[in-house]
Design a protein around this ligand. Structure first.
Ligand code: ZN
Length: 342
């Protein structure tokens, strides 16, 4: 999921480095290589299939009524991405021979590709997170609808947060889906979708953390809690997509939303008598520890596993535990409410 965010405690500055200005792509040899590659469709003896059409065609700079066909734009994107990749690999080989350590290119470490996958480890782990959320959500769905008793009159669940967790499940799966796609192919569109989905999830889970920990049950109060956050998050997403994808500002927003909900859950876990508060403790502390991976941003091991990929690995067990907490919360609340109604 959006890479820069969870660098939470490293209060701005150290790692923030803006996305298009990394050491690797500032290198003149690399720049020349990419330019040459896009023009000639080759680097040394590597032939870039995607650039061939562009090399023979001059539909660049077309006006609106002579829009480039979509496939051509797609090819152009892939041509650039392939050239950048091969130039980066070549440059890194040269640097390694000189005894230099890897540097970032366009905000990312030099990852080895596998087929179309630019960052295979992060993409696969994102897909795994998606599966874990689906699995967690499905077992929650089965639990509240089929295993636990329903209210006799309305046939609705006793648990008051059922609908809210369903939305949470949907937003989580959506965010991990776009994360997997973004780590597969990093284009402006996939990047925006990944960032937007992640912001939506983070904003929504903040609302949810407040509603659950403050035991907000009636609709009117829920709206009062949610409305300002929803309004802010919506505006923020529109700003990122249609005005400026400002990484620094986005990170600040995400840091605040992330840290606040973590504290909310941590404090609640400390004061509540909830029978499963241990799970909550582990998720909160595990989550904080996993964030250290984002701070200690090391270059990819074997060309595949960087700190960000490991962070995606760390969220897998936390996700399992988190859904397990949610389910036990549903069971706990249901049994309390049934006892009350007797
Ligand atoms: Zn990611």
């Amino acid at each position: 999921m959006a890479r820069r965010w969870f660098s939470i405690f490293l209060v701005l500055g150290f790692l923030v480095g803006d996305l298009d200005g990394s050491a690797g792509d500032a290198d003149q040899i690399y720049k020349t290589c990419v330019d040459q590659c896009e023009k000639t469709a080759s680097i040394g003896d590597i032939f870039i299939q995607q650039c061939i059409f562009l090399a023979n065609d001059a539909v660049v700079n077309s006006t609106w009524y002579m829009q480039e066909p979509l496939y051509l734009q797609w090819k152009q994107l892939n041509c650039r991405s392939d050239c950048r990749y091969h130039c980066m690999m070549q440059r890194e080989k040269e640097r390694e021979a000189l005894g230099l350590s890897p540097v970032k290119y366009h905000g990312k470490w030099p990852f080895k590709r596998i087929y179309v996958f630019q960052e295979p480890a992060s993409a696969a782990l994102s897909a795994f997170n998606l599966m874990m959320h689906f699995n967690g959500w499905l077992s929650f769905f089965v639990l509240v609808n089929y295993k636990l008793p329903l209210r006799p009159q309305s046939r609705r669940t006793y648990y008051e947060y059922t609908g809210l967790w369903h939305i949470y499940g949907f937003l989580s799966m959506n965010a991990w889906l776009w994360s997997a796609i973004f780590h597969t192919r990093d284009f402006e569109l996939t990047e925006k979708l990944d960032y937007s989905s992640a912001v939506a999830l983070l904003g929504y889970s903040l609302i949810l953390s407040l509603l659950r920990t403050f035991d907000v049950k009636d609709e009117a109060s829920r709206v009062m809690f949610a409305a300002p956050i929803l309004a802010f998050v919506t505006t923020h997403i529109l700003y990122l997509n249609f005005y400026e994808l400002d990484y620094g500002w986005n990170m600040k927003v995400c840091i605040v939303m992330g840290v606040v909900q973590m504290f909310v859950w941590a404090i609640w876990a400390g004061v509540t008598r909830h029978p499963n508060r241990v799970k909550l403790w582990i998720v909160v502390f595990g989550g904080a520890l996993a964030m250290l991976l984002e701070i200690y941003d090391f270059s990819p091991y074997c060309g595949y596993f960087d700190a960000h990929a490991l962070w995606h690995a760390a969220t897998i067990p936390l996700t399992i535990l988190w859904w397990s907490f949610i389910k036990s919360d549903a069971e706990d609340r249901t049994s309390i409410l049934i006892k009350k109604s007797k």
